[in-house]
Design a protein around this ligand. Structure first.
Ligand code: NAG
Ligand code: NAG
Ligand code: NAG
Ligand code: NAG
Length: 465
């Protein structure tokens, strides 16, 4: 089902302030989101590799200064050559490495996928590589830079994108991100192609998404989180296994963090320890995800990775009238751990708008004591909802009023964010509306590390760097 949302055009940019939080009424779009036609992203006529995407291949890099990268692509006619050739772009060592792959295919209702090829390359830290796929006139070349070795003051810049889909607005979000030269890797907060919005979950939409996003996904790692549009559970036409297209197409290094499911895992990158959770998998006491997280959090070494960041599709704190309190079950289970282990930031999607919370927790509440109000908490994370990539269902346009005190800033526009980890104490964060030109950002603030620099953060700022 899709909803065509008619938006109001607010000619003036004004904000109303209530409970110290800011509700921006800045909306500059008149039209609803529309999918880009499937014909805009046709399959190649040859067997050329396409839909190329890369992600981190292991937890951090395994001894010997080596790091694993996962490179995936699709070919339409046959699975070979299933080889990647890669070499250092700069410097003396122009030795060409070759890595061999595994290939898989899947069927979904009456759709048959191309050959999905997956390769692990061994790379050296902080080095630019060129890699080559296919052969003869079907050859395609891309490049990426491997991350610096993990360390407490290693600066790093993440892009943050959620609920991207493949509308004209998605195109604008991705173009804005790509033309912002800063981002080194993307934290993707779930809801990728929205194939499930089409009849029989038309899986060709997974292919067109792969082609659409390749300009970024082939050149820098995207750290994947599963959203509800990845479930693809459709017993009405006997598709009974949740997450099947997603798991075939987007591989993640879950075993490296002792996870038993690709839906929850962790990686370390530069000065960050990133934990990915699944809103759509069991998380109650005794479940695999609960047990994994219980063991994972004490392993986080803040002396090595000061920044502890969680990605989970459904937000815990959300003051829009959309998906209201859907994240509540997981909040009840996991928020006490987030506070205990001083998680710095939690990024969510799902709600098609933008919101940043104050540093709050609601861990005192139990069902009989009536303490149900979130309170300021110096050990609590800030929660960011950034499900505003550009999807066809349109923007979330209604807020709960008055703005709850936990909500620092909210605005119903499409966009992406940039998170700059500067050192172990400071990170600068900016949310860019699609309409904004750099360096104008609609929301920006400093985050202070919970473990190394537990100072009160500015709750709301528009100051630029
Ligand atoms: C799959 O089924 C749908 C609905 O019956 C149909 O429109 C479509 O053409 C079929 N696709 C293929 C590849 O057979
Ligand atoms: C996507 O955005 C780019 C940059 O603005 C533009 O050149 C291109 O035409 C857009 N694609 C579509 C299908 O609108
Ligand atoms: C809930 O809170 C009340 C009041 O603080 C307390 O007496 C009670 O023991 C709590 N219940 C649980 C299960 O912790
Ligand atoms: C960390 O980065 C912040 C912001 O750039 C800077 O003000 C601070 O001095 C840095 N800390 C150290 C120890 O360099």
């Amino acid at each position: 089902m899709w909803f065509l949302t008619i938006l109001c055009l607010w000619l003036l940019h004004f904000s109303e302030v209530c409970n110290a939080g800011v509700t921006s009424r800045y909306t500059r779009r008149l039209y609803a989101s529309v999918d880009m036609p499937i014909e805009l992203f046709p399959p190649p006529e040859s067997n050329a590799p396409e839909q190329v995407h890369i992600t981190q291949g292991d937890h951090e890099g395994r001894g010997m200064m080596m790091l694993h990268m996962i490179i995936s692509w699709v070919t339409q006619m046959h699975p070979t050559p299933n080889v990647v050739t890669y070499w250092e772009a700069e410097g003396k060592r122009s030795y060409k490495h070759r890595a061999h792959a595994t290939t898989t295919t899947y069927r979904y209702y009456n759709y048959s996928s191309g050959f999905i090829t997956l390769i692990f390359s061994h790379d050296i830290f902080d080095t630019k590589y060129i890699y080559k796929l296919g052969k003869h006139d079907e050859t395609r070349r891309f490049s990426f830079r491997t991350p610096p070795q993990v360390g407490p003051d290693v600066p790093y810049i993440f892009g943050v994108i959620g609920d991207l889909e493949q509308t004209y607005d998605s195109n604008q979000t991705l173009e804005r991100y790509v033309s912002n030269p800063k981002g080194q890797a993307v934290l993707f907060i779930g809801d990728i192609s929205y194939a499930d919005n089409h009849p029989f979950h038309d899986n060709r939409r997974w292919d067109t998404w792969g082609r659409f996003a390749e300009k970024s996904t082939a050149c820098q790692p995207w750290i994947w989180t599963a959203g509800n549009h990845e479930i693809d559970y459709a017993p009405e036409f006997e598709e009974n296994t949740p997450f099947r297209p997603y798991k075939h197409r987007y591989h993640v290094p879950y075993r490296a963090s002792q996870s038993t499911s690709p839906l929850w895992y962790s990686i370390k990158r530069a000065s960050a320890h990133i934990i990915v959770l699944s809103s759509y998998s069991a998380f109650g006491t005794y479940t695999p995800q609960y047990n994994w997280l219980e063991q994972e959090l004490p392993k986080v070494n803040r002396a090595k990775t000061p920044w502890l960041i969680v990605l989970v599709h459904s937000p815990f704190y959300n003051s829009y009238n959309y998906h209201y309190m859907e994240g509540e079950g997981m909040r009840v289970m996991f928020e006490p751990w987030f506070v205990k282990y001083k998680v710095d930031l939690v990024f969510s999607g799902h709600v098609h708008a933008y919101e940043r919370s104050e540093q709050v927790s609601n861990v005192c509440y139990n069902i009989t004591n009536g303490l149900s109000t979130p309170v300021k908490d110096a050990s609590a994370p800030v929660y960011v909802t950034i499900g505003d990539g550009g999807n066809i269902e349109g923007l979330a346009t209604s807020f709960t009023e008055p703005q709850p005190s936990y909500s620092a800033f909210r605005e119903e526009s499409f966009g992406h964010a940039i998170l700059e980890l500067k050192n172990r104490t400071h990170a600068f964060y900016k949310w860019h509306q699609n309409q904004d030109d750099e360096p104008t950002a609609a929301d920006s603030t400093w985050f202070y590390n919970r473990y190394w620099y537990p100072h009160e953060e500015p709750s709301s700022t528009t100051s630029m760097v």
